[in-house]
Ligand binder design. Sequence first.
Ligand code: RIB
Ligand code: CA
Length: 330
Amino acid sequence: MTVPFLVDCDTGIDDAIALSYLAAHPQAEIAGIVSTGGNVAVTAVHRNNLVLAELLGVDAPIARGADRPLVQEPMFADDTHGPGGLGHAVLPESAHPGDPRTGAQLWVDLARARPGELVGLVLGPHTNLALALEIEPELPHLLRRLHFMGGAINHRGNTGPTSEWNIAVDPEAAQRVLSAFTGAAQRPVMGSLEATETVRFTQDTLDRVTELATDGGHPIARILVEALRFYFEFHQADGFGWMAHVHDPLVTAHAVTGDFASTRPLAVDVELAGTLTRGQTVGDELGRWGRAPNLEVLTEVRPDEFVEHLLETLRAGLGRLSDPAWSPRP
Ligand code: RIB
Ligand code: CA
């Protein structure tokens, strides 16, 4: 039985790997994609999603999200993901028409169409999910569950000293999402930096993705190799050595399989007013707020098992993927 996912992402390099994993996994269905500005501007994110979906044979609506965060001025991470968002990768032109709806409307329409079935997976800022909640406040009860990559609990940030990128880009949106999903049937799962940074792509990982691209391999593999090469160069320049922290795929694989990490309940909120800490995700480990836990936070990650699973899923799945399953609508 396949599980339908709505993927809201700011594609980006690790988002692209996560989308490829979902398309390759036999138990996952990409029911829709929402393009959210983040790593690069929403126009570039949307183009990346259209091209990747076409190459992956994903026959699902792909909607462009809002032009900017709810309150804060937009910021981008082209130093990390490259000016186009996929590093050194050269993308083919896409004729994929995309969906005329807004990203927020696509969230609402898909959740209403499949009540209790659709799993929300947010791999970028929460802007469009927050806008969707304004249209449909019942969204937390229509979705089967929400998983997101974001935040950092008692761990340094990767954007501000205490803030993680997806939350830092639109803290108001993240705070509204956490508030709205408090009381959902299943607590949302948060894959924060202290969990996702246990996953380290090395040269060996890069070599094994390169193998997927050789001998008539799937064209997406070549794109991932060229994207990852840029990612490694960024991490080396940033002092991490020749490696890459790859965040989104771990959260995605856990959302599909429930494996490769455990979770722990925690009351979490987003700092909006801190002059030094705006965008920080604060976890109330001691129960000082007197609030019940509102999230399940990934913990006890098994990174090596996950990387093996990711590479095997791509190897087995990419070969199976059909040619583009969509044809431009008349
Ligand atoms: O902080 C890492 C997150 O920010 C990842 O989702 C990456 O793609 C960027 O969106
Ligand atoms: Ca992302």
